[in-house]
Ligand binder design. Structure first.
Ligand SMILES: Nc1ncnc2c1ncn2[C@@H]1O[C@H](COP(=O)(O)OP(=O)(O)OP(=O)(O)O)[C@@H](O)[C@H]1O
Ligand SMILES: [Mg+2]
Length: 503
């Protein structure tokens, strides 16, 4: 078979880290090729090199069997490569049609000739069986739809090779199925797909070939038919798969949080969430299940104090906190793992140590008599997070950008558990984290829960939600529509409540 991509002896080092070491890889034309590996293994670096975003120190790349110099994404696009980023790059107020066209042939919002392109775009949509409505605006779309728009965008730019870095992290099972159907249609039409995921079941389902990276080295490429999940996991982490402990629930009797009749609406008067009431006990993990965009993010942000609410009340232990600001609420022992680590949890060009003080400047241990912060306590705390959560970094003074996605995530989770919080709000706590580190984080969440912590958990990973939660509520269009016992449901059943199919 012809090769869509041949990577030969690529090396890329960063200060203190060999991110790709003499990496070679062949991807057959028209195949789906998965790349797996632990956090920090070098997957994204390799993809950024392929897409012309990062320049390798050494090695070469051939695209469709021609050696190609890639000095920018534009070069990559010209050679037939397209990348679907995990953070969607779409403007909410544009139509789908405008979003797809923007940037092509210097099209701007002023000179855009919509009609001229529409039929060409429809051809692409029909050819690949993409379920997309060009007339909707981006803010009307769910996550899965937005992702399809991103795929359409790169296909319309002539991509013959598609790179997807962790595309399923934000999708519910039904959406993953739809994405996979799309990928199969693309493949049937000759498109080559490179796919990164930490979910080995998915990888085994969709990929023809699987390449495993470890510590910057390409260790093996296997045929997906000839390998089990267990073997794959062992190849990835170099030892056998850790088993998460069985769930044992012993919810405490102290009331940590009560939310009463909470409602919020946006500027147009549309409900964001409506009349939400619930309690959370000590030593309890309450899972909130919902397709992204159904109000769960705003609901937890209301508890932190980021989102305003029109009516209702929130009590933390004995104290009504409605009139308190964010910093005061955090000071009372609320911790927050936001869903978007880069936009909300970290300042990317600051060191890890400085990032640990974020929002905690007024904590006693970080305050000094003068106005400066106590850097030595911050360094100690930072080093302890790095050690306890196995964060791969040269040291505590590395800047956040220099960590791989999963290691940034581990650091954020560790930081939020560092100061013995009363209430932890965890949104997508293991998003982008490899299976080994995921087991570690589950273990930490369970043990701090057993020590009395109350947790509100939001996760698109339904197995995680079911496995960790003591109780699950489903939010749909801003309303709590069901309360479920984790023991009695499967991801499929939960998914059908989340999409409104089951009530
Ligand atoms: N801009 C950078 N500066 C310094 N080091 C970097 C930079 N980008 C990546 N690295 C380092 O290169 C190594 C590989 O990172 P990469 O992002 O490729 O990992 P990954 O396999 O994608 O991991 P993850 O599953 O966590 O996303 C890591 O040790 C990371 O810290
Ligand atoms: Mg990555």
């Amino acid at each position: 078979m012809n090769k869509a991509i041949t990577v030969s002896n690529i090396t890329k080092s960063y200060p203190g880290v060999l991110a790709n070491s003499n990496v070679s890889l062949e991807v057959s034309e028209g195949s789906i090729h998965a790349i797996v590996g632990e956090n920090g293994a070098g997957k994204s670096t390799l993809m950024k090199i392929l897409y012309g975003m990062v320049k390798p120190d050494d090695g070469s790349i051939s695209i469709f069997e021609k050696i190609t110099q890639l000095s920018s994404p534009k070069d990559a696009i010209d050679s037939g490569l397209g990348m679907v980023h995990q953070h969607f790059m779409l403007a909410d107020n544009l139509s789908v049609l405008e979003s797809v066209i923007l940037g092509i042939d210097n099209a701007t919002l002023k000179n855009i000739n919509l009609r001229r392109y529409k039929s060409e775009i429809m051809e692409v949509i029909n050819k690949y069986n993409l379920n997309i409505n060009l007339d909707k605006t981006i803010d009307e779309l769910g996550v899965g739809e937005k992702q399809r728009v991103e795929i359409l965008k790169v296909l319309f730019r002539g991509a013959k090779i598609l790179i997807l870095d962790e595309p399923t992290a934000v999708l519910v099972p039904q959406e993953v199925e739809e994405l996979f159907n799309n990928l199969r249609d693309l493949k049937d039409n000759g498109v080559t797909i490179i796919f990164i995921s930490h979910k080995l079941d998915e990888v085994l389902e969709i990929a023809d070939e699987i390449s495993v990276m470890r510590g910057g080295v390409m260790v093996n490429t296997v045929d997906s038919e000839n390998i089990s999940k267990k073997e794959l996991a062992e190849m990835m982490i170099g030892k056998s798969l850790p088993k998460p402990p069985e769930r044992q629930s012993s919810v405490g009797d102290l009331k940590i949080l009560s939310v009463e009749n909470l409602s919020a609406s946006n500027d147009d008067g549309k409900d964001i969430f409506n009349d939400i009431t619930f309690d959370l006990q000590s030593s309890e993990i309450l899972g909130i299940a919902g397709v992204e965009g159904n109000g769960q993010r705003e609901l937890v942000e209301a508890i932190i104090g980021i989102q305003e609410y029109n009516s209702g009340s929130i009590r933390l232990k004995d104290e009504i906190i409605d009139d308190l600001g964010i910093r005061e609420r955090l000071g009372l022992g609320i911790s927050f793992i936001p869903e978007d680590r880069q936009a909300q949890a970290l300042i990317m060009d600051m060191t890890l140590t400085n990032n640990i003080i974020l929002g905690r400047q007024s904590l006693k241990k970080y305050k000094t008599k003068l106005t400066t912060v106590n850097l030595s306590n911050a360094t100690t705390a930072s080093e302890s997070v790095i050690g306890n959560f196995d964060v791969k970094t040269p040291n505590a003074n590395t800047i956040a950008t220099a960590l791989s996605g999963g290691n940034q995530q581990k650091y954020v989770v560790g930081r939020e558990l560092e100061d013995n919080p009363t209430l932890l709000i965890a949104s997508q706590p293991t998003r982008g984290i490899d299976i080994g580190a995921q087991a570690l984080i589950w273990e930490k969440l369970r043990s701090t829960r057993d020590d009395g912590l109350g947790v509100i958990l939001i996760s698109a990973d339904l197995e995680e939600l079911i496995g960790l939660s003591d109780r699950i509520v489903v939010i749909y269009q801003g309303n709590f529509v069901a309360e479920l016992k984790p023991d009695e449901i499967t991801p499929e059943i939960l998914g059908s409540y989340m999409t409104g199919l089951r009530k």
